[in-house]
Design a protein around this ligand. Sequence first.
Ligand code: FAD
Ligand code: FES
Length: 367
Amino acid sequence: MFNLFKRKKEDHKGSQYTSLKIREIVRETPDTVTIYFEQPEPYLEYKAGQYLTVILDINGKEERRSYSLCTSPYVDPHPGITVKRVRGGLVSNYLNDQLRPGKTIEIMKPMGHFTTDYHSQNQRHFVMIAGGSGITPIMGITKSVLINEPQSKVTLIYCSRSENEIIFKKALEDLESKYEGRLMVIHNLSQPSDSWTGLKGRLDSQKIKDILSSISYPELKQVEYFLCGPEGIMETAESTLLGMGVDSKFIHKESFYSNLEAKEEELKAAGKLAPELTREVEVILEGETYHFEVPAGKTILEAGLDHDVDMPYSCQSGLCTACRGKLLSGKVDMIEDAGLSKSEIEEGYILCCSSKPASSDVKIIIE
Ligand SMILES: Cc1cc2nc3c(=O)[nH]c(=O)nc-3n(C[C@H](O)[C@H](O)[C@H](O)COP(=O)(O)OP(=O)(O)OC[C@H]3O[C@@H](n4cnc5c(N)ncnc54)[C@H](O)[C@@H]3O)c2cc1C
Ligand code: FES
């Protein structure tokens, strides 16, 4: 079983931690807010599409969650995150209901690889496929492309449930008119009102193919795909693109949620996991070596935190890579590796939040 890490609130002193003061909170939809922060000194460095980790003290316990920046460092003077409520979710509802301007919150600085580098001479077509809160990083990337690459164009296919759940509706309309001919936004609603005239229903493979074949920018030779949203939309979009012959190196993905327990059950049922035993591991972190036992059923990160080893983490579900380490010896069972690229896995990188030791000689370095 995976446990959520409900640690006692501590002060984190590493260079990856800082504090941000809330400047403004904007309600985007009934269940989504954007939280803008004052720029700290020195300025918060980030790339469009990265996420930061909020560290909150809720009921005396430390809670961490990852939230993508919705802003662009090239356009927006203040960094911001956009948070959509998850039903029954602790932190997303807290952030929607409990925060006020002026409050300071602790964060881990921006991380993540759902980004691209920009060059004014580039001529690229960006195809963005987003669902729900998945628009957040895509908004930052879209603004950055439009301002930095005058010859590039963006097509955004954005799935929401209904008209009033479209996040950034007005901001997207404004961008479309400001960058006329360079940004096309296609909304798809799963439960629209009767008056909706746009695309509706599930975003299936045929719909994606129809949209993409109707758009042709022959002058733009390079096409980059950015996918972020619920698992179903991401899987449909990725398999459709691969089926169309798109090279996977041009498909960038960011997942917000993974059900680790269900994945572990699947792997267990398929006989792919080592017997669960208590095993000792060695972790090298910031030049210090720690030895600790990982009790049967716990992840390496859970056990490390239980032993007060200040291992970095954010999403706790194998997606964000904040807990990434390199396996120097031994074997682990990694339940979720979605955050890692194929080459990282081949090089021996693991995610401590979703890995359990599968041999007695596990040694990991976290850099
Ligand atoms: C890299 C990264 C970037 C992210 N960026 C954003 C962002 O920009 N905006 C945003 O709103 N969220 C984002 N998230 C998701 C966010 O980190 C939290 O997971 C989310 O807000 C839920 O936290 P919670 O405390 O409210 O729910 P929890 O209390 O952690 O969970 C409550 C219940 O809901 C389930 N659950 C949690 N999340 C989901 C989900 N997405 N879908 C279905 N069930 C779920 C849990 O398994 C649990 O049963 C991001 C996640 C990652 C990994
Ligand atoms: S904490 Fe996000 S991948 Fe492990």
